[in-house]
Design a protein around this ligand. Structure first.
Ligand code: ARG
Length: 457
């Protein structure tokens, strides 16, 4: 088959080379953006009087017909035509004749693909943000139900202090809020129009680039043609943002997996988002959470891939750039499904509060309260820490909880202990005394719930 760039070639491309250099097997995903960009380019050519209005009509009609062919599955993509851009252009010429050959005036595939990618990313970032918003709302919904569910909070995976489950879930809402802000920020740099840069030096025709930008709803145009065709910063930024988002999802998945175990029994995941074992009839496996955790690695890999792809390339466009697409596409798909699946799993999860007795009986969750109590009675914190440590050691030795000690027993550690110590060792009291802004006291958590409900509306 004659290549659109075949003029200076005498020999045919080797079959192996055709298969190696083609990108149409994956970049066909960009077809709608390619056509959208071509229509805007055609109108810009017409404005510059490089095509007549009759030709422009023909070209645009042809492109729209091709869009329909692709969408109805009739269009045949050919690997010999390398990529989505040349497949569509070739078909256009086939359909409308020589006028079709005018479309590529003042344009190169280099600025064309840069444009397509930006149009694609703009859409996908919007979809991902929408899915993230849904997930945030789901988490807020669960948090609302569990302000009064008190769970052990951990550091070093050792029981540390009691917290409201809502407070724990809202910690993730904070992470996801930053992820959202990062996505919106990346979008600003994606939303810049590169067409008119041509191969690298800028178009030799008087193209009104601002007009093209307006047609495609870009708020800005690129300032440097060489940068415009070789910049993939925004892809890296997106992958970095996606990586952090996956990291946050993955941490919560890890917690859900632990919480769903018989050791924790804090959450029951619904049948709809769990699977069974082919050998052990009793099993209910948290596969959805495990897979989201597992897929996080793919997205990190894509980020590293893109960074490495860029580091050695001299300006401007190099064919290496073609390798930007598969990692980007896979990251988009992975993040999108991870968000959707996670949302389903989270929405249907049933949390059960551990009993106060269980909380009191294990882990000395209120030990810090006792130290704080002694501080309020005038003891320096370091001494209070030491005294409380002794009380904990005593409890361990006598297999007691801090709540089981009598006032007389407390008094053996310090004369400062009075009857009101028992308010301090209560679990709910411990939670509600963390009454600083951002603390886990339930009235603080309720305030935060009000704030995030508004922000995630
Ligand atoms: N398929 C190519 C890519 O994805 C399009 C640009 C090709 N440009 C070129 N000069 N060969 O990067």
């Amino acid at each position: 088959m004659k290549k659109p760039w075949g003029g200076r070639f005498e020999q045919a491309t080797d079959d192996l080379m055709i298969r190696f250099s083609q990108s149409v097997s994956f970049d066909r995903r960009l077809y709608a953006y390619d056509i959208q960009g071509s229509i805007a380019h055609c109108k810009t050519l017409q404005k510059a009087k490089l095509v007549t209005s009759a030709e422009s009509k023909k070209i645009i009609g042809g492109l729209q017909a091709i869009l329909k062919e692709i969408e109805s599955g009739k269009f045949v993509f050919k690997e010999e035509l390398e990529d989505v851009h040349m497949n569509i252009e070739k078909r256009l010429i086939e359909k409308i004749g020589p006028a079709g050959g005018k479309l590529h005036t003042g344009r190169s595939r280099n600025d064309q693909v840069a444009l397509d990618l930006r149009l694609y990313m703009r859409d996908e970032i919007t979809h991902i943000e929408r899915a993230l918003k849904r997930l945030g709302r789901t988490l807020i919904g669960q948090a609302k139900k569990h302000v009064n569910t008190i769970i052990p909070g951990y550091t070093h995976l050792q029981r540390a202090q009691p917290v409201s489950l809502a407070h724990h879930l809202l910690a993730y809402v904070e992470m996801f809020a930053r992820d959202r802000a990062r996505l919106q920020d990346v979008l600003k740099r994606v939303n810049v129009m590169p067409l008119g840069s041509a191969a690298l030096a800028g178009s030799g025709y008087p193209l009104d680039r601002h007009y093209t930008a307006r047609l495609l709803k870009f708020p800005a145009i690129t300032h440097n043609s060489m940068d415009a065709v070789s910049d993939r910063d925004h892809v890296v930024e997106f992958l970095a943002t996606a990586s952090l988002l996956m990291a946050h999802l993955s941490r919560l998945c890890e917690e859900l997996i632990l919480w769903a175990s018989s050791e924790w029994k804090l959450v029951e995941l619904s049948d709809a988002f769990t699977t069974g074992s082919s050998i052990m009839p009793q099993k209910k496996n948290p596969d959805a959470a495990e897979l989201v955790r597992g897929k996080t690695g793919r997205v990190y890999g894509h980020l590293m891939n893109l960074l490495t792809l860029l580091k050695g390339q001299p300006l401007a466009y190099n064919k290496d750039m073609q390798e930007d697409k598969e990692p980007l596409f896979d990251a988009v798909d992975t993040v999108q499904t991870a968000l959707d699946v996670f949302d389903g799993m989270m929405k249907s999860a049933q949390f059960t509060a551990p009993s106060i007795a269980t909380l009191e009986a294990s882990g000395f969750l209120t030990a810090t309260e006792i130290a704080d109590y002694l501080v309020l009675k005038g003891m320096p914190f370091r001494d209070a820490h030491e005294v409380t440590g002794k009380a904990v050691a005593y409890c361990l030795k006598h297999k007691k909880g801090l709540n089981d000690l009598s006032l007389d027993e407390y008094k053996t550690f310090s004369p400062k202990f009075k009857k009101d110590i028992f308010d301090y060792v209560s679990i709910a009291g411990a939670v509600d005394r963390k009454n600083v802004y951002g603390g886990t006291a339930r009235n603080q958590v309720r305030e935060q719930l009000k704030r995030v409900t508004k922000e995630w509306k």
